[in-house]
Design a protein around this ligand. Structure first.
Ligand SMILES: [Zn+2]
Length: 547
């Protein structure tokens, strides 16, 4: 059996070796087509045309995008005619403002905007923090030799403006810019808004994240709705049927020759199908997710591919996600229909083990024998009854840190180490300021903003409040009625007959007031908001929202 120090060396070496794929460079794919690799987590791709440049994906940060633009400008200093987002993930869209010129069109699937709203609005708090852990963005680089999909997710201090698409489509869209003809085609995979781009004249497919050289992330630990696994296979089959001569993915190196492209796509779709079908088969036999995780491993003909190492996606996590996606959280065992409250269970286990001190000794023993998962699980048991105990917190941190070092899966490794360093107080997760929230909120449709308002309404503070507000947004010429009652906010798109307040303002002014970017008094002084009723009532309502 491999010792812990051997495991650590193997994990680190695998990631270091894998990271060579992302050596920073602008690779000339063919005349007029270039891929910038290793500047950001994702690639940015340049297609030169007589009427300006086409940029496929823009990386995650302004600093990465600026370096790429400098290189692209040496190849073709023309303006950017079009940006194409292959999907709405951060590592593909946040560098966009660097490439934008006055008339640049931004192409994306029609679901990209919806995806932005979900990611940056309602779920922004959880996804920001879990995403930061998954990519280890606060973790010293020496602990993370590769992020699996690229060298590292660079999040600079400058917060890029999110550029929304200007041209959207559902199934496919043919475009022609400066004599270059491209087909943009819906291809769900990591996300529902995912597309690939086909360049028929040169037989090049830009496959985005439908293929990258790691086992695919059929689930992501930062959190996702069930990923469309069958849709992903179908998308790979569509790409395979193109019989492309070159495939340029949005992560890692381009693939050359028809045979190699076909082989890798076939291998990839087979790996996904093998896991998917295995889960369904086992589920139908009555197996639980835990049992399926023990059962399902890829066959040797697939594990032989370096491109299927679990350095990014994880088969065990994919199995749980596929199970959950089809039948939900219940594993089928009646014991788990309703469980003992966490604290009761922990107390009973601790008593059974001979008391708190006995468990403490067992944790120290587990650390000594390098059984770090067991040490972490026992620490959680004690932390359930003594959540503020510093000694146990530090022991748990040590166990997670060691688990991280022996893990080759970049997402898990970063998550372990990030959480360990947070527990030790050595790093802090990114701050979420009201200014950052407003930067996105100002671009949101007002309906999306109402959704945010519902979530940030303080349920206890508002539990006895009963108020009806008619809100007229004069820039949109639309009435809304907002009811706050019993700790919930309901919004309807008309004017209530009876109300406590009537307010006239613009959508942007309203967003600024609710997010405490601006005081109500300044909006009133500047005549940007009118109230029919008591301003103090509105003041009280504003205080019910917690940014
Ligand atoms: Zn990506």
């Amino acid at each position: 059996m491999e010792t812990t120090s051997e495991k650590k060396t193997t994990a680190t070496q695998k990631l270091e070796e894998h990271n060579k794929r992302f050596k920073q460079r602008v690779e000339k794919v063919t005349e007029g087509v270039y891929s910038a690799i290793g500047y950001g987590l994702a690639n940015s791709i340049l297609i030169c045309t007589d009427e300006g440049n086409i940029i496929i994906d823009t990386t995650e940060s302004l600093s990465a995008a600026e370096k790429i633009k400098e290189e692209f400008d040496k190849i073709s200093p023309k303006k950017t005619a079009a940006i194409i987002y292959t999907h709405g993930h951060t590592d593909h869209i946040r560098g966009a403002s660097v490439f934008m010129d006055e008339d640049t069109e931004v192409y994306a699937h029609s679901k990209t905007k919806e995806f932005f709203n979900e990611q940056f609005n309602m779920l922004e708090p959880i996804l920001t923090h879990r995403g930061a852990r998954q990519f280890g963005i606060k973790v010293p680089r020496k602990y993370i030799p590769s992020s699996g999909l690229g060298p590292f997710l660079h999040m600079d201090r400058r917060k890029p403006e999110i550029i929304f698409p200007t041209k959207e489509f559902d199934n496919h869209l043919d475009i022609e810019i400066g004599g270059v003809h491209l087909q943009l085609v819906s291809a769900p995979g990591e996300t529902d808004d995912h597309i690939y781009v086909w360049m028929p004249e040169k037989e090049i497919v830009f496959s985005a994240d439908n293929y990258y050289p790691c086992f695919p992330n059929l689930y992501t630990i930062r959190g996702t709705t069930p990923r469309p696994v069958l849709g992903w296979i179908n998308s790979l089959d569509k790409i395979r049927a193109l019989n492309a001569s070159i495939m340029v993915p949005s992560h890692a190196e381009p693939i050359y020759t028809k045979e190699r492209v076909y082989e890798l796509l076939t291998m990839y779709r087979d790996a996904i199908q093998y896991v998917h079908d295995g889960v369904i088969r086992g589920m139908n036999e009555g197996k639980t997710p835990d049992e399926l995780v023990d059962d399902i491993q890829l066959p040797p003909k697939l594990t032989a591919y370096a491109e299927l190492q679990e350095l990014y996606g994880s088969i065990a996590q994919a199995i749980r996600a596929i199970f959950d996606g089809y039948v939900g959280w219940f594993d089928g065992n009646a014991t788990n229909l309703s469980q003992l409250p966490n604290k009761d269970r922990a107390e009973k286990y601790i008593e059974l083990a001979g008391g708190f001190d006995q468990v403490m000794t067992a944790i120290s023993q587990a650390i000594y024998t390098e059984e770090y998962q067991w040490a972490a699980e026992l620490s959680d048991l004690l932390l359930t009854v003594c959540p503020d105990n510093v000694e146990i917190t530090n022991t748990k941190a040590e166990a997670l840190f060691q688990l991280g070092l022996e893990t080759a899966n970049a997402n898990n490794r970063s998550y372990y180490i990030s959480q360990a360093l947070e527990l030790k107080g050595e790093i802090q997760l990114p701050e979420r300021t009201k200014e950052i929230q407003y930067a996105f909120a100002k671009k949101m449709d007002i309906e999306q903003f109402f959704l945010k308002m519902k979530i940030i309404l303080h349920p206890m503070k508002s539990s006895d409040t009963e108020v009806t507000i008619n809100l007229y947004l004069n820039d949109q010429e639309q009435w809304y009625q907002l009811h706050i009652r019993r700790g919930v906010l309901e919004v309807q798109t008309n004017r209530a007959k009876n109300c406590d307040l009537e307010i006239t303002t613009t959508a942007d002014e309203w967003k600024q007031i609710i997010l405490s970017i601006k005081d109500l008094s300044s909006s009133l002084d500047e005549n940007l908001l009118e109230i029919n009723g008591q301003p103090s009532t509105l003041e009280k309502v504003i205080h019910l929202f917690q940014v």
